[in-house]
Design a protein around this ligand. Structure first.
Ligand SMILES: Cc1cc2nc3c(=O)[nH]c(=O)nc-3n(C[C@H](O)[C@H](O)[C@H](O)COP(=O)(O)O)c2cc1C
Length: 168
């Protein structure tokens, strides 16, 4: 397996907790961590395998730091690259926009030729609509620390086992 570039905001609290669980499951040797708030286009493009942390903010939007970085890579091609997405959401607080950020990012990547892996079942979540939903799947791993914190550990370890098979 190629080294995975794990991109998230180092200034988050909840995302960081989720990242720590992912790191533990996947093994730190397989990962290089990068702070989305400080990366350049060149640093982003160095990898073949990516895990991107995308919590949803502002009623169905990306957090500011992703919105501010994406213009730097909007003209790039992600052909031959593989991406796995995860992110926090709150299905009770935002049932109409649950983990929308995952869907927004999946669209951005696929438009540029990247492949998304790590899709997960929507079973076990209750929400009204989500841009991250495709059929009975999310385009990544949805973690809901507000309402389902106890399920996070198991969701992460299942997802990581899946990624070990899906990343090349
Ligand atoms: C102002 C605000 C807006 C939010 N909007 C959404 C939303 O639209 N959809 C959703 O699923 N979760 C939403 N959430 C929940 C966050 O995505 C969730 O708490 C996440 O774990 C935050 O991670 P972070 O603190 O690492 O950024 C929102 C949270 C806040 C505080």
């Amino acid at each position: 397996m190629n080294k995975i570039g794990l991109f998230y905001s180092f200034n988050t609290v909840k995302t960081k907790q989720q990242v720590n669980k992912i790191k533990k499951s996947l093994g730190e040797d397989n990962i290089e961590e990068k702070n989305v708030e400080e990366i350049t286009q060149e640093e982003f493009n160095k990898y073949k395998n990516y895990i991107l942390a995308i919590p949803t903010w502002f009623d169905g939007e990306l957090p500011n730091y992703w919105d501010e970085f994406l213009p730097a890579i909007e003209d790039d091609s992600f052909k031959g690259k593989t991406f796995a997405l995860f992110g926090g959401g709150d299905q009770k607080g935002y049932p109409e926009n649950f983990v929308d950020g995952l869907g927004l990012m999946a669209d951005f990547i696929e438009k540029r030729g990247g492949k998304i892996v790590g899709l997960t079942s929507t079973e076990g979540y209750q929400f009204e609509s989500s841009k991250a939903q495709r059929g009975d799947k999310f385009v990544g791993l949805a973690l809901d620390i507000e309402n389902q914190a106890a399920l996070t550990e198991e969701r992460v370890s299942k997802w990581v086992e899946q990624l070990k098979k899906e990343f090349k």
